[in-house]
Design a protein around this ligand. Structure first.
Ligand code: I3P
Length: 128
């Protein structure tokens, strides 16, 4: 197999495809624009990549992919997005800098796994 990209975040906890939209930047509300991202949960951060073309790889090993953006999870808060979307299975992530994201999967189990994994990282960072 080809060597993995050096851009790959170290200590990947979880990776997969999710629907996502940013809804606030620095506390300022943004217009929603849902899109598909490849999301990687790393040691301290959540990193968004453009969805790979073709079938989703079993392991994330892109030759030439760079992250679109990265979210520092230190001090972040995660909740279920009960009143923030008409979609099902949506979680709401808020960073200390006032950036807010919604993440969604059509598969309930998938978003529960993501919620647990992101919370675990946030809690671990709280204790550091
Ligand atoms: C938005 C779009 C989003 C929807 C949002 C709409 O319209 O339909 O999918 O969010 O609802 O405003 P537009 O494409 O014209 O910007 P959800 O799918 O999460 O409900 P909202 O304004 O109630 O957030």
């Amino acid at each position: 197999p080809p060597p993995c990209s050096p851009e790959l975040p170290t200590e990947v906890q979880k990776a997969g495809q999710l629907n996502r939209t940013k809804i606030a930047e620095g506390g300022r509300k943004l217009r929603k624009s849902w899109g598909v991202s490849w999301v990687v949960l790393a040691r301290n951060s959540l990193v968004f990549y453009k969805e790979p073309k073709g079938p989703a790889p079993a392991t994330w090993c892109p030759a030439s992919s760079r992250p679109e953006s990265s979210v520092d999870l230190r001090g972040a808060a995660l909740d279920w997005a009960r009143h923030l979307s008409s979609k099902k299975n949506v979680i709401h992530l808020r960073t200390v800098t006032g950036n807010e994201f919604l993440l969604q999967s059509d598969h309930e189990a998938t978003i529960h796994e993501w919620a647990r994994a992101i919370r675990d990282v946030i809690h671990r960072l709280d204790l550091e």
